[in-house]
Design a protein around this ligand. Structure first.
Ligand code: ZN
Length: 134
């Protein structure tokens, strides 16, 4: 699917839900940008290997990155969202109007926040990461 600058891959149902959600948000003055979608197992492996080469301990890597094969991004149903004026994939996104909007409206389109603050998986809080669950 085409977004601003890159092409992203998503499961067709998730892609359609995303398009509707983005358009609805826009009609209400909220910009939602897609910053990542489908990611292959190989790509996840490369991300983790790169972090290991930098000397980042496993404990820290796996708090923020799922092991290859276990990322919700492999399903084509997970998206990372950003908006104007915020750095992608940073917790400050929670202060944006876009995040407030998502909290109030994303479930209508079938998207849920996978890793809320203090989640049961022990995964770092990710206000930008939403999963299409329908
Ligand atoms: Zn994500």
């Amino acid at each position: 699917m085409a977004d601003r600058e890159k092409k992203f891959l998503l499961h067709p149902h998730a892609a359609e839900a995303w398009r509707k959600m983005k358009a609805t948000a826009k009609s209400q003055g909220i910009e939602l940008w897609l910053v990542s979608a489908f990611r292959s197992i190989e790509r996840q492996n490369r991300i983790i290997e790169k972090k290991k080469k930098k000397g980042i301990p496993d404990r820290d890597i796996f708090r923020v990155s799922a092991p290859a094969g276990f990322s919700e991004h492999h399903s084509g149903r997970a998206i990372d969202i950003s908006t104007e004026g915020y750095t992608a994939l940073e917790k400050e996104f929670e202060n944006s109007e876009a995040f407030q909007w998502l909290n109030n409206n994303a479930s209508v389109f079938g998207f849920i926040l996978s890793y809320p603050r203090g989640n049961e998986y022990g995964i770092a809080y990710e206000p930008w990461h939403w999963l299409y669950k329908r």
